[in-house]
Structure formats: structure tokens, C-alpha cells
Design a protein around this ligand. Structure first.
Ligand code: SF4
Ligand code: SF4
Length: 408
């Protein structure tokens, strides 16, 4: 299935986010998760560490941990009754081996993965997973590192989660990117390591959709993992960088259920990418009221008005950063005054990362007009139409605002 086909599925029922599947479904899932965790408990942990002790050492109380488990349960769109199971799954994460490879990238996702000022539970959990290979973090280099990768692949054949960071050059420039003494191209390397993985998690927009390396004129012919690997389940966690909370969410879901989470047509987990930035943005009330920042540093900017007219692409972008935020959940781009540049969407650098609203007058407005439509009804194609709808809505709101000022 190629990417165009995937996109064409976006408007189907399968794109819907089911937040309530009924009691019988959750009762069955609960039993399934319990059985899965019991099975995992029988497996020898790959790392002999006590999560309880690590959390205590880092100053995280049991209460804080349970609060995190409860928030993570909600993020995974599970009922609160699953909280104890999520907490238990976090403690069993050392049973699932992870191999992490980097291809055409800036290591920004590895950075996000290890970043912690005063470590929060997400960071600690990521630090304790059984990371069997990660070239940026491990001490080994050269032949030693290659041997470590071979060992891990052999030892955990068919069981490891393969995290891939970075795009894959498949164009005439592919020979610029090789790995190891044998000169294996990134494409060959990825295919070989992917072959024995249980599932692949593509992290960051480069690994998912080609990202910045794929921006025009794309000299290396960069593409994402799903354009190269077709014999394994793939979970895409785009964004630049991917949010560590979503990485933890995907691993936890796998540990808890033994399955990959429900995905949208671009293979993104629905729990994280089921809604647009705009749906949960803290500036949304200003959008609806027609209150916009018109120039950087103006009164609107000082009052945290909506950034749509400054180029915010939140209405076209599916991601949960408006909820989970970045850097220990302290803030996120829109919170700190810059519009969303759509970093979790395919082709974002060419399509969205500029400083003005989209204005494609050739596209008809979405049926019904405006933007107050649910994800179910807006496909990727219609999102551009939604952009036009938004522009009209925004202009109308602004005019309405000016009128009432004039009338006063
Ligand atoms: S346009 Fe951007 S800043 Fe404005 S409400 Fe939507 S997401 Fe938030
Ligand atoms: S706000 Fe938009 S550009 Fe910023 S991290 Fe989230 S999806 Fe990416």
C-alpha cells in the first residue's frame, strides 16, 4: 500500500477515534492485559533494576507515580480502571528489548528521549527500558558497536521493538549515507535490522515522512520507513522532535496489550494523533472571538491572542502537543508565542513551515463551512479546504470584532 493510498483512506470510518467502545470491550481488554502482564512477569527481566528504587532516588513518590499512571491511562484513551495495569506495565518494561538506529537525522529525537532537567516519570521510564543498542548513547563505537547490534539482533530475534530515527535516502544520493566498514547503505541497513523486529516504531518526522531531508529539492531522495519496509507492523510517531510521552505511550501499549496501538491511515497512533492541535489549543477562545496577533510584539501578542494570522498551522495538524506539551510539560510552541508549523504532517517543511496562513483559493470551502467539524469528517484533502474555511471564518470574526469596536 503506497502513501497516496494510505492518505485516500483518511476519510473512512477507520479514521475515527473511538473514545468509548463499551463496557464489554473494555472488560475483555482488561482480562487480556492482565493475562499478558502475568506472562511478562514469568520472563526474566533484561535489566536487573528496581523501578521503585530508581523512582525513589529521583524523588518521585508512589503518589506521583500513580498520578503519572493515571494521566498516561487517559492519554492512551483507556478507562481509569486500567490505571493499576498501566502502572504494572511500566514496571515490566524491562522485559521488552528495544534496538534504536539512526539514519539521516539530527539526533533530535534521541535528544528529546534523554532530555530531563529534573526527571519526570516519562524520562525515567525511557531510561530504564532495555535499550540494547543506541549508537548516540552507548559507549561502544566502530566494530564494537557493530558487534553489539549483531548480538542484540541475534539474541532477541523476532522480539525487539526497532526504533528508527531519521530518513532513508533512496535516490541517486543514497550512496552518501552508508554505515559500518562494509559500506552498507542506510536502506540495506534498515531492511536488515527490520527483518527480525517484532514491530517498528518510526520516531520523528524524518523517519515517518522524510522530514527535513525530504524537503525540496530532496537531493538524496529521502523517504520514511513505511516507504522502504513492507513486511512488518509500523507505528509512526511524527513531530520534530517526537514527544517522549508518545514514545512511552507506544511502548507501554505494547507491553500492556502485546499489540500495537490503533493507528490512523498515516500509521500514527490515534491516542496521540487523533485530534488537531487546534481542537485543544489554549488560544482557541481567541480564534473563536476573532482576536488575532497581527504583527509580532503587538497588543494581541502581549495578550496571547490566536496566532492563525501569523501562520499557525494548528488547524491542519494532528498531534497532542497542546495536551502533553514539551520539556517536562512546561510549555509548547504555541504557549511560548509561535504558531504551529505542522511538524507532524507529511511534507511539513515545504507545505506548512512558513509564516502566513494558507490561502489556496482554488480549493472549495468544506461542506457546512467553518472549522467546527470533527476529525471523522475531515480528510487530509479537506484539511486544506478547512484552511480556507478558517481563513474565511477568521476574516469574518475579525470584521465582526472591528464592527463592534466601531459601533461602540
Ligand atoms: S489557529 Fe493556532 S493559535 Fe489559533 S487557536 Fe488554532 S491552533 Fe491555537
Ligand atoms: S505545535 Fe505544531 S510544530 Fe510545534 S511541535 Fe506541535 S505539531 Fe510540531
Amino acid at each position: 500500500m503506497n502513501r497516496e493510498h494510505l492518505r485516500s483512506l483518511f476519510t473512512t470510518k477507520s479514521a475515527r477515534v473511538e473514545t468509548n467502545r463499551g463496557e464489554a470491550y473494555y472488560a475483555r481488554l482488561y482480562e487480556q492485559c492482565k493475562a499478558r502482564l502475568e506472562e511478562l512477569k514469568k520472563i526474566e527481566p533484561l535489566r536487573k533494576i528496581s523501578i521503585k528504587e530508581i523512582l525513589e532516588d529521583e524523588g518521585v513518590s508512589r503518589r506521583d507515580f500513580l498520578k503519572w499512571a493515571s494521566a498516561t491511562t487517559a492519554m492512551l484513551m483507556l478507562p481509569s480502571s486500567f490505571t493499576p495495569l498501566v502502572a504494572e506495565a511500566a514496571e515490566l518494561m524491562t522485559r521488552v528489548p528495544v534496538i534504536w538506529i539512526e539514519l539521516q537525522d539530527c539526533a533530535g529525537n534521541s535528544e528529546a528521549f534523554i532530555r530531563s532537567d529534573g526527571p519526570k516519570v516519562d524520562d525515567i521510564i525511557l531510561e530504564i527500558i532495555s535499550l540494547e543498542f543506541q549508537e548516540t548513547l552507548m559507549a561502544a563505537a566502530g566494530h564494537q558497536a557493530e558487534a553489539q547490534l549483531e548480538d542484540a539482533m541475534e539474541h532477541f530475534k523476532g522480539k525487539y521493538l526497532l526504533f528508527v530515527e531519521g530518513a532513508i535516502p533512496v535516490g541517486p544520493g543514497r550512496e552518501w549515507c552508508t554505515i559500518g566498514a562494509s559500506g552498507e547503505t542506510f536502506e540495506e541497513h534498515l531492511k536488515r535490522v527490520a527483518n527480525d523486529a517484532a514491530a517498528i516504531v518510526a520516531v520523528g518526522t524524518c523517519a515517518t515522512f522524510g522530514g527535513v531531508p525530504a524537503a525540496a529539492p530532496n537531493p538524496t531522495g529521502a523517504v520514511g520507513v513505511m516507504d522502504v519496509v513492507n513486511n512488518k507492523p509500523i507505528i509512526n510517531i511524527p513531530a520534530c522532535p517526537a514527544n517522549p510521552a508518545n514514545m512511552v505511550g507506544v511502548i507501554l501499549h505494547y507491553v500492556l496489550t502485546g499489540q500495537i496501538p490503533e493507528l490512523d491511515s498515516l500509521l500514527r497512533p490515534k491516542f496521540a494523533f487523533g485530534y488537531r492541535i487546534h481542537d485543544n489549543c489554549e488560544r482557541r477562545a481567541h480564534f473563536d472571538a476573532g482576536e488575532f496577533v497581527e504583527e509580532w510584539g503587538d497588543e494581541g501578542a502581549k495578550n496571547n491572542f490566536c496566532l492563525y494570522k501569523m501562520g499557525c498551522k494548528g488547524p491542519m495538524t494532528f498531534n497532542n502537543c497542546s495536551i502533553v506539551r514539551y520539556n517536562e510539560s512546561v510549555n509548547w510552541p504555541i504557549g511560548s508565542g509561535h504558531g504551529c508549523i505542522g511538524c507532524s504532517e507529511p511534507g511539513f517543511w515545504d507545505k506548512y513551515a512558513y509564516e502566513r496562513p494558507m490561502a489556496d483559493a482554488n480549493i472549495k470551502m468544506a461542506p457546512g463551512g467553518g472549522v467546527e467539524k470533527s476529525v471523522d469528517e475531515f480528510g487530509l484533502g479537506l484539511l486544506t479546504a478547512a484552511g480556507v474555511g478558517i481563513a474565511i471564518h477568521a476574516a469574518a470574526s475579525a470584521i465582526a470584532g472591528k464592527k463592534s469596536e466601531g459601533e461602540e
